[in-house]
Design a protein around this ligand. Structure first.
Ligand SMILES: O=C(O)c1ccccc1N[C@@H]1O[C@H](COP(=O)(O)O)[C@@H](O)[C@H]1O
Length: 209
């Protein structure tokens, strides 16, 4: 069954709902420019509701001080969604002992070619490339051309992201063979605010494939 991450949670009720509805992972965004930003202190409260869902910290080019504050909350999975190099990914993994995911923004087949260099990453997350003038590296609700993945032999377990919605997620899984998916914008009616019905619909659609 496809594994699902619901990302960008800020509301304890939504965290509990995701856990109750079978989300495999719940994501908390520690990127200040994001409309889904939470502080490590706020995350401590949100973590009380995760149940059997595994919490994931989304970071972008974070320094060690922030990483230490985030891992002190007890989160043990880090999604690195910035311009981290293979060396920095290896360093973070060795220093924290956490499971580490490396995100890639892709637009063309060449963008994905570098993924193999990230030997230290436990998973790769394949997202759309952000718009040129964007103030953050993801979470724009933008999809990419999934056919880019047709000839890609994933070197690691991987996750599909970027513009997924309750309406398109089943097609995306069928088209790409993604073993896992991640969503943020597609389960919001207003930017940064998750919608319970959309979260339920997304989980249902992704898990039915
Ligand atoms: O959610 C954010 O605000 C965010 C900020 C900085 C980097 C990544 C972010 N979100 C991640 O982006 C992808 C795609 O999200 P969307 O569904 O297209 O909105 C996903 O992995 C989010 O976790």
């Amino acid at each position: 069954m496809t594994r699902v991450k619901i990302c960008g949670l800020k509301d304890p009720d939504l965290v509990r709902l995701c856990a109750a509805e079978g989300a495999d992972w719940v994501g908390f965004v520690f990127v200040e420019a994001s409309p889904r930003y939470v502080t490590p202190e706020a995350a401590e409260t949100l973590l009380l509701g995760v149940g059997r869902s595994v919490p994931v910290a989304l970071l972008a080019d974070a320094d060690d001080t922030l990483i230490d504050r985030v891992t002190a909350t007890g989160i043990r999975v880090l999604q690195l969604h910035g311009r981290e190099t293979p060396e920095r990914v290896a360093e973070i993994r060795a220093r924290t002992g956490c499971e580490v995911w490396k995100a890639f923004g892709v637009e063309t087949a060449e963008d994905i070619a570098g993924a193999g260099a990230f030997a230290a990453a436990d998973r790769l997350l394949i997202d759309a490339k952000p718009p040129k003038d964007a103030d953050r590296t993801g979470g724009h609700g933008q999809a990419f051309d999934w056919s880019i993945l047709n000839d890609w032999a994933a070197p690691k377990p991987w996750i599909l992201a970027g513009g997924l919605t309750p309406e398109n997620v089943a097609g995306a899984i069928a088209a790409t063979g993604a073993p896992a998916v991640d969503v943020s914008s597609g389960v919001e009616r207003l930017r940064g605010l998750k919608d319970k019905e959309l979260v339920r619909a997304f989980l249902r659609a992704a898990k039915e494939v």
